[in-house]
Design a protein around this ligand. Structure first.
Ligand code: EAX
Length: 326
């Protein structure tokens, strides 16, 4: 395999038959997610590769890598931008470093629920944001989903925002999250996802925050005692492709990728819904102490100064356009 990870192989059948000419070249691409295959994002890229293989009649094969085996999300996004990897599935965590316009989506308590977030992403606001990737070396194939994030830790049950004061928490490498969590009094430690389990296990950090889908796929219940269903932020995800690799495809194959990405995102969202429905009971059965009833209004109120700062940075009109989207 050459450096750009793309190989052209003679069709095996043609070779075995000893035919002189090769009728179809096969292209192999690479895709990755930072979490396990048996997860919402893992299912998503599996559907993408199946659909692309089917839609191109096997001319394009996508080899999937899971659990950050090609690197964490920031590294994978970089590889896709450079073209050393064709595709990646990623949360928006590290995206602000590449496409700053997307930052607005990571504001806490921005969306009422998943349905609201999905409507915004699938509507004109989300579709315009996908276009922002074009000039940065990416083709953003579709919005996918990481889920609604909740806080876990090993120190104490969190009922009130002040319970977070002084907690050392791993955050994503995302400036909006870091600013907001500092507003709670959290000691923020940005870290790539593949390092988080060990950091929790060794007590490098007290806690972390992630959707139920991620917490279950990563088995964080093995290293975290408490969880509060804070639902403090919706975490979008994306299916990203190297722009040059996408542009090289025929229009028909481009359509195959775009349609496959839509099906992949739908599969991911369906798995998030399933995980959200079963997650609390599942994690409780595995020994986690889970707080469902807590003073949510107090958490929102605590972030008032941070929201003022975000309104200045992003424009109140833009934030309101998302908040009020029906
Ligand atoms: O995309 O880094 C994170 O916490 C993400 O939620 C995780 O890697 C799944």
């Amino acid at each position: 395999m050459n450096r750009i990870g793309r190989i052209t192989l003679a069709v095996a059948g043609a070779l075995t038959l000893g035919l002189a000419s090769v009728t179809h070249a096969q292209v192999v691409m690479r895709n990755s997610v930072s979490i396990a295959q048996n997860s919402h994002q893992g299912n998503g890229i599996d559907v993408l590769s199946q659909e692309v293989e089917k839609g191109t009649k096997g001319r394009i094969i996508i080899k999937n890598f899971f659990s950050g085996s090609l690197g964490g999300e920031r590294e994978s996004i970089e590889s896709v931008q450079l073209g050393t990897q064709e595709l990646t599935g990623t949360s928006t965590g590290p995206i602000p470093n590449f496409v700053p316009a997307v930052k607005i989506l990571d504001i806490p308590f921005l969306f009422r629920d998943k349905a609201h977030a999905r409507a915004v992403l699938d509507g004109p606001i989300g579709q315009a944001l996908l276009k922002e990737f074009d000039s940065k070396g990416f083709k953003a194939l579709a919005w996918s989903e990481n889920g609604v994030r909740h806080m876990t830790n090993n120190k104490r049950p969190i009922n009130l925002p002040d319970d977070l004061k002084g907690l050392k928490m791993r955050t994503m490498e995302n400036p909006v999250h870091v600013a907001a969590y500092k507003g709670f009094g959290i000691i923020t430690t940005p870290m790539a996802f593949p390092e988080v389990f060990t950091a929790l296990q060794q007590g490098v950090v007290d806690g972390q925050e992630n959707p139920l889908s991620v917490i279950m796929a990563a088995k964080f219940e093995q290293v975290q005692k408490y969880m509060t269903l804070t639902a403090h932020v919706y975490s979008p995800a994306l299916l990203l492709m190297n722009k040059a690799s996408f542009d090289k495809l025929s229009p028909a194959d481009q359509k195959v990728f775009l349609d496959a990405a839509k099906l992949a995102a739908a599969a991911t969202r369906a798995r998030v819904d399933k995980d959200d429905a079963s997650g609390v009971a599942d994690l409780r059965a595995k020994g986690m102490n889970i707080i469902e009833n807590f003073d949510k209004a107090a958490f929102v109120a605590k972030l008032a100064p941070v929201f003022t700062q975000f309104e200045k940075e992003f424009g109140k009109d833009k934030i309101d356009a998302i908040r009020n989207y029906k």
